[in-house]
Design a protein around this ligand. Structure first.
Ligand code: 13P
Ligand code: SF4
Length: 305
């Protein structure tokens, strides 16, 4: 149901020839005004296709908006609040990656898209949780430096016969780390008929205890196509908002009610309205960093086709 602020945003969007992109973890009221909702990979692909818009409002965290900028250096990419950072992305500073590359000169380098642009520029390729295994298969190296998410790295290592070296040694998402194997056991007792799905950012013990492990976009598609009725969702809480609005008739339960990404919730309708009015705050990167990281982003997009 729309409110007057949402109506004002719709009007401004038309006047400014703007598009609103939003991640699946955005709160309901932002999901409702988005032109496109998706996981990190879907947002990257959408960002690579924006030809006819003058302004992009990105409701997600910093690395996502930066990736949109890398793919559209001539467009205005605006994030409603610059404070919306992903702490995991900042766990791999450029110098730590360069040290690891020096120590393993023959290894390939795959960075999770949840990384800062200064690190991305030194990667052979990037991945998201939706394509990590496919991307790791696509490069010729048998040894891979993988960061910053240790759990996604372990997920890849389980599926492929390649050596995965995590950089840094304990990069993780604080939201998914809140989920424990005891939560899985508890939900199995509470909802014996439900399928339990978690995100690969969860610890390996949790991944092994669940029935399926997939990206947020993967969860949406999987549930839409499934004959099953009940699901326990092991990721950020607003993923349930997205699935509920698009796949009616399913019973969805959170694996952990407290799995909330605080920085994703910093965007509000007021801030989106102000971002449209002021066309600020803008996301940008030094030309050289954007140019160098573009190669890794494009490699990932080609490898995921
Ligand atoms: P997805 O690409 O699966 O949406 O994951 C992004 C993310 O940040 C999960 O915490
Ligand atoms: Fe980053 Fe975790 Fe939030 Fe995803 S849920 S944006 S990995 S802090």
């Amino acid at each position: 149901m729309s409110n007057s602020l949402q109506d004002e945003i719709q009007k401004l969007k038309k006047e400014k020839n703007a598009i609103i992109l939003a991640h699946n973890y955005q709160p309901k009221e932002i999901q409702e005004i988005a032109d496109f909702l998706g996981d990190s990979l879907e947002l990257c692909i959408k960002a690579s296709e924006i030809d006819d818009k003058d302004l992009v409002i990105f409701c997600g965290v910093d690395f996502m908006a930066e990736t949109a900028f890398i793919l559209n250096p001539d467009k205005k990419i605006v994030i409603p609040t610059l404070e919306a950072e992903c702490p995991m992305a900042h766990m791999l500073p450029e110098d730590v990656l360069l040290e690891a590359k020096k120590a393993h000169p023959d290894a390939g380098v795959i960075l999770y898209v949840n990384s800062i642009a200064e690190a991305k520029q030194h990667a052979d390729t990037l991945c998201t949780s939706a394509n990590a295994v496919k991307v790791a298969k696509s490069i010729p190296h048998d040894t891979i430096l993988f960061g910053p998410d240790k759990n996604l790295g372990n997920h890849v290592a389980e599926k492929l016969d390649k050596e995965i070296i995590p950089v840094p040694s304990d990069g993780h998402c604080y939201v998914h780390r809140l989920i424990h194997v005891e939560d899985v056991e508890l939900k199995r007792q509470q909802y014996p008929n439900a399928e339990i799905i978690c995100h690969p950012e969860c610890d390996m013990q949790v991944q092994k205890a669940c029935d399926e492990v997939m990206s947020t976009g993967g969860m949406l598609r999987h549930i839409a196509q499934s004959d099953k009725e009940e699901f326990v969702i092991g990721t950020e809480i607003d993923m349930i908002t997205r699935i509920n609005s698009e796949v009616p008739g399913k019973k969805l339960y959170p694996l952990l009610e407290g799995a909330i990404c605080k920085t994703m919730k910093l965007h509000t309708l007021e801030k989106v309205r102000d971002a449209l009015v002021n066309e600020a705050p803008e996301v940008s990167l030094p030309c050289e960093v954007a140019d160098k990281s573009r190669k890794a982003v494009e490699h990932m997009l080609n490898a995921s086709k």
